[in-house]
Design a protein around this ligand. Structure first.
Ligand SMILES: Cc1cc2nc3c(=O)[nH]c(=O)nc-3n(C[C@H](O)[C@H](O)[C@H](O)COP(=O)(O)OP(=O)(O)OC[C@H]3O[C@@H](n4cnc5c(N)ncnc54)[C@H](O)[C@@H]3O)c2cc1C
Length: 478
């Protein structure tokens, strides 16, 4: 261990190697509920240093777990087998913006929203906008194939990334995909996007940019219950309108958000939809009128229309900070990411209500309704009895419901540790075997992020997740 630390210090500088217990504790968790400590943290300042870290870890026979901002919700950045945790956050430069080609090349630690900020002076933006976009990194977005509210109209990360520079497990650099346009041949870029840091480390990303729309209108449609709001979602899309976003929040979420953010959501509403249309001024006016009519036909009690940027921002602030606001209701949440066909949202929400009752845990719903991408948020207190265990069991019941309704385990948060034991609900052994063959094709072995995505037998992971205090002792706390 000492030799490993010394070599890492030589590679990235002593300041950027953390190995004291109280330093490691900061890296034992991400946005999910699982925890495990790394053996050491090394923060490279360049792609070359990242390659050196990979080489050193490999020589010492320990894994490397790449990490972005740690906002992942499926435990992807949790080092279940210890080893070297490698945050990529020092690689945070926008290297190039090509206005004519509408592309940018950025380092993996660039925060999602900073790409749009850098492109804004040229009238451009990066479209995928996870609700965590003020914190999460593009490297994490690529690894998880992240989505966001506006991915309904524009597609998810894979539709906006043309290529990446990567470091392979033997420490060698490679470029997959194009720097400014599509390339013929096998789509290795597509294979790596969504591979959750298990095949390679991303060190540069070439992204597409798109023009900022001429006009944007955001509508807050207020409903007495989730049933009417769900029916309105299907009806909007069924009417041939393709809004940029359709997001839903239920009563419990509104009750947490409104006192915290003052977004203007009526506290007594049963559910609200945030619907955004954007594009040319004339078509936006026409579509927003149509959306309002559909919502009223499906029982909306009121539809508020915001064209002004300040008002729109306020409406979105409620949605984008909803998860933080849920902290007012319980100290912990377990956020799920199942998908159902849009037409079955209503059934899914009813079943989620039942599951909430069966496990005696409140479940708030705040989600990308237009995509059928549910985010049931199970609220619990890990300090109380068996609430953590019950929340995981309730989560499993929700995921099964999504698959039974013809949906999928994950819309955008990835599989990570959270859903690996449920992969067989969606995939046959042959499917999983075909996916596993990508590991030797990339020569990854056990180097990158082992213990993720594929079923391992839950107990083996749980055994490794002793509470940090048990391993580190009382002096772990600073
Ligand atoms: C409040 C909140 C709202 C969210 N909303 C959304 C949403 O709307 N849509 C959505 O898709 N997600 C959302 N998320 C989840 C999360 O923000 C995304 O999954 C995001 O892509 C993770 O980025 P990160 O930088 O935090 O990555 P991390 O959590 O640090 O890592 C995630 C995975 O990426 C891998 N990784 C990170 N960097 C690299 C790299 N350079 N090379 C290789 N692998 C790497 C890690 O090993 C890990 O497996 C939300 C999370 C929170 C807390």
């Amino acid at each position: 261990m000492d030799a490993l630390v010394r070599e890492l210090q030589r590679a990235v500088g002593s300041r950027y190697v953390l190995s004291r217990p109280q330093e490691l504790l900061v890296y034992e968790y991400d946005g999910a509920v699982e925890r495990a400590l790394p053996s050491v943290v090394a923060v490279p300042g360049s792609a070359e240093q990242a390659a050196q870290v990979v080489g050193i870890a490999r020589r010492h026979g320990v894994p490397v777990v790449p990490r972005g901002a740690g906002t992942g919700l499926s435990g992807g950045a949790i080092p279940v087998y210890g080893g070297v945790l490698m945050p990529m956050t020092r690689l945070n430069r926008v290297l190039e913006i090509d206005v004519a080609e509408r592309t940018a090349i950025v380092e993996p630690g660039v925060v999602n929203i900073d790409i749009s900020k850098a492109a804004e002076p040229y009238g451009l933006r990066y479209a995928p906008d996870p609700s965590s976009q003020k914190a999460c990194t593009i490297g994490g977005n690529v690894a998880e194939n992240a989505g966001g509210p506006h991915c309904l109209a524009y597609g998810v990360t894979t539709n906006h990334v043309m290529g990446m520079e990567i470091v392979l497990a033997d420490g060698s650099p490679a470029w997959v995909g194009g720097r400014s346009h599509e390339l013929p041949g096998y789509d290795l870029r597509g294979v790596l996007i969504g591979s959750e840091g298990t095949l390679a480390v991303t060190t540069k990303v070439a992204v597409r940019l798109q023009p900022v729309p001429e006009a944007v209108t955001t509508m807050l449609a207020i409903f007495q219950d989730e049933d009417d709001a769900s029916a309105a979602v299907s009806a909007i899309v069924g009417a041939g309108i393709v809004p940029a976003a359709i997001e839903m929040m239920d009563r419990l979420t509104i009750q947490a958000v409104e006192p915290a953010i003052h977004a203007g959501y009526p506290p007594d509403a049963g559910a609200v939809l945030l619907v955004e249309v954007e594009g040319l001024r004339e078509s936006v006016a026409e579509e927003s009128e149509e959306v309002q009519q559909v919502c009223y036909r499906h029982g909306a009690t009121e539809v508020r229309v915001a064209d002004d940027p300040t008002l729109r921002e306020r409406l979105w602030a409620g949605r984008k900070t909803a998860l933080g606001a849920l902290g007012r209701l319980a100290p912990n949440y377990y956020l799920l990411d199942g998908v159902v066909p849009r037409t079955r949202i209503l059934e899914a929400l009813r079943r989620i209500r039942e599951i909430s009752g069966e496990y005696a845990l409140p479940i708030a719903n705040v989600f990308h309704a237009g995509d059928g991408n549910l985010h049931p948020c199970i609220l619990f207190d890990e300090r109380i009895g068996d609430q953590l265990r019950r929340s995981k069991e309730a989560g499993a019941a929700v995921l099964r419901t999504c698959v039974d309704l013809g949906g999928a385990l994950s819309g955008e948060h990835g599989v990570g540790l959270e859903k690996q034991e449920y992969m067989d609900l969606c995939f046959s052994d042959a499917d999983l075997d075909a996916m596993a063959r990508l590991n030797p094709a990339f020569g990854a072995g056990d180097t990158f992020n082992p213990g993720k995505v594929f079923p391992t037998g839950a107990s083996c992971v749980e055994l490794l997740q002793h509470p940090a205090i048990a391993r580190l002792g009382a002096d772990a706390f600073v």
